[in-house]
Design a binder for this molecule. Structure first.
Ligand code: ZN
Length: 150
């Protein structure tokens, strides 16, 4: 497939490529409270997210594996870094902030997004938005339906 590459700020492009080449929290968890698989048919991206949420609702551990375009994999990597150690509520707030940045890329991104702001330019390419949100959708599913341990 031959979609146009989003034009991203150089610094942000570097950050995304760094996470694509050196993904953080890559792998699977032995102990986990949720396992979610996501697929983006538009681009062929795949991601699997493992979560370990403690009884108080803190995300103790998170890991992902997957394959696909740089945006989908870098977004997964940065998502895991952003939510590790946070509460379920904080992680969902972050997800909502990320998604509103995608649907409204001309607006000032929420400050709590930090480096995740790197994906703001992706929001201008409707076809790539699903690449950037794939891991976040998996996270949402894991947090909302993942109460039962395996
Ligand atoms: Zn993609």
């Amino acid at each position: 497939m031959n979609y146009p590459e989003p034009e991203l700020d150089d610094l942000y492009r570097e950050l995304i490529l760094d996470h694509y080449r050196h993904p953080r929290n890559r792998g699977t968890l032995e102990r986990r409270s949720a396992h979610v698989e996501g697929y983006n048919p538009l681009c062929g991206d795949e991601v699997e997210v493992d979560l370990l949420v403690d009884p108080e609702g803190t995300i103790e551990e998170v890991a992902f594996k997957g394959r696909g375009c740089s945006i989908s994999q870098a977004s997964s990597s940065m998502m895991t870094e952003a939510i590790k150690g946070r509460s379920r509520r904080q992680a969902l707030d972050l997800m909502n902030a990320f998604k509103s940045m995608m649907t409204n890329p001309e607006a000032e991104p929420a400050e709590e997004l930090g480096d995740l702001e790197a994906f703001q330019g992706v929001g201008r390419f409707a076809v790539r938005v699903k690449c950037a949100t794939l891991a976040w959708n998996a996270l949402q599913e894991g947090l909302e339906n993942g109460a039962a341990s395996e």
